[in-house]
Design a protein around this ligand. Structure first.
Ligand code: ATP
Length: 199
């Protein structure tokens, strides 16, 4: 079985910056966010179930899911959120597993902002946390998304805090330096994971 490394970190910590660097070395990267979008694409059974449950208003004229409207609906109603999670979580897990099974590299990465909270870490043998001071996280996310400070802070408050995340880390990338520094750290980890994958 392929060695699976779980990669996690808070919003704007640099998960994509890190996973892109592993991908450039030929490592298979499975993204839990992409998997969660894939399971509700047009033609997939989950989209039909969502339409039957919430009504056709959650489907755009182009036939895809109106994610913003659905988010509003489940945000306002705990039971609806649970219904949606019970439908999608097992499908997302299957989607992730099939991506990992198709890995073509000596080890693979599973990138997920909610790796541990979602239970997806059970699919991994090791957890790599991207760590940045909160001020850097805030600054980079605001610059990237052009979002107001309060909105980014609210998302950060809803996620696991820095200490909790570091508590379950087997390996840590410190991403408060330059992108060149990130390259060096990823290369070191890559060598470590290649060795582990051989063992
Ligand atoms: P999200 O959880 O929102 O998907 P993420 O953890 O994937 O975020 P990235 O998108 O990789 O985070 O990084 C956030 C922003 O910070 C991006 O604009 C990225 O280019 C920038 N960034 C990441 N690392 C560095 C760095 N070391 N130096 C400068 N900018 C960086």
């Amino acid at each position: 079985m392929t060695l699976i490394i779980g990669l996690t970190g808070g919003i704007g910590s640099g998960k994509t910056a890190v996973s892109d660097r592993f991908a450039a070395k030929g490592i298979t990267v499975v993204d839990a966010d992409l998997a969660s979008r894939a399971v509700v694409e047009p033609g997939r059974p989950a989209l039909q179930a969502i339409e039957e449950h919430f009504g056709s208003e959650v489907i755009t004229p182009e036939g895809s899911l109106d994610r913003a409207l659905l988010r509003q609906k489940v945000f306002a109603d705990e039971n609806e959120r649970k219904w949606l999670e019970q439908l999608t979580h097992p499908l997302i897990r299957e989607e992730i597993i099939s991506g990992l099974e198709n890995a073509t590299s000596p080890y693979a990465l599973l990138v997920s902002p909610l790796l541990v909270e979602s239970g997806q870490s059970q699919l991994t043998q090791r957890i790599l946390v991207v760590d940045v001071p909160e001020a850097v996280q805030l600054e980079r996310t605001m610059a990237r998304d052009d979002n107001p400070e309060a909105q980014v802070k609210a998302i950060m408050a809803a996620q696991a805090n820095r200490e909790t995340r570091l508590g379950y880390a087997d390996d840590v990338v410190e991403n408060n330096g330059s992108l060149e520094d990130l390259d060096r750290q990823v290369e070191q980890l890559h060598q470590r994971y290649l060795t582990l994958a051989e063992g």
